[in-house]
Design a protein. Sequence first.
Length: 365
Amino acid sequence: MEKLYLSKDKSLVNLGNSILKAFGVTPFHETYKTVDEIIKNSRKEKIALILFDGFGVNIAEHYKENIPYIYAHKVESFNSVYPPTTVAATTALTTGTYPIENGHIGWTQHFNEYNADICVFLSTDKFDNKKIYPNVSNILKPKFIWEYINETQKFNAASISSFHFKNKDKTDDFETFFEEADKTIKIHDFTYVYSSNPDHLLHELGCYNETVKENLIYLEGKLKTLIENNKDTLFLLVADHGFRDIEEIPLNEHADFFETLSRKYVTYEPSFSGFYVKDGQKFLELANKYYSDRFFIYSKDEILEDHILGYGEMSQYVKETLPDFFLIAKDKYSFYDGEKPVGFKGHHAGGTKEEREIYLYAFNN
């Protein structure tokens, strides 16, 4: 059986633990040795960790001639986590823990307290978008690396996200965001800086598009200015995951397969799909019949045995809610469980190299 594998020493989790180590916090897991050396050799007392959402290896390689400054500072490739998607990957990086430990796995997850599938970061119902109170973060309770750093009382740490700055049309205001990021970096020893692009555009337009190219050129210009304005700071740039163009397929395309589901929808992600089922044997039979050429098929036990969701102690939340089976895309395929396709041209979260591989970049080192 073809299987997935999660690195124990070159993933976003290891990078998060390198940051903790650099500021005197005992790491939870193995650190990323390349990053440890970069930090040590830079002799900089300040670090800014920049994340461009979706800016994986395949995107960087395709547009490398348009972003020469960024590309010239490439160190090496390494890995996201599974699933390679924003909820799981950014939380893994910013907590230094794996999805199985922190409970952040996919865009939508089932919460027994509400008997509903909920969009984790938005705390909204998957189907009607109604706000869920109290926020599901009160159940998952993540603790971030900047909180641990601040607890040392030796360093000042902060985070800043483009989501917090909006234009009148409710899109992220990147001009203000980068201005505020500069101010934040100047007064902190560690700053985590999150940009929602290029992810937003890659979903809407697909991986290979003129607007995506223009946006990457814009982001490179802003990043270069930020770096040159803070020469006392070591800058590390990463993505949370890669991207690929997709083909959406309806979850109910095969009535007999659809009937095996006790909940008639996808949990987690369209390309890393968790299913709660009525009859496991029948589900496996039909999953293999219809989807084995396009998806990795895993039982709950196999997901745990192969450490697909990471290493460490499984959280109580995950114990209570982990689906029975998983279909994880081998290629471009992505389920939709509504009446019509979502309309995304690009997506991530599946089991392909394009979605998993990201680059590490270093500046002022």
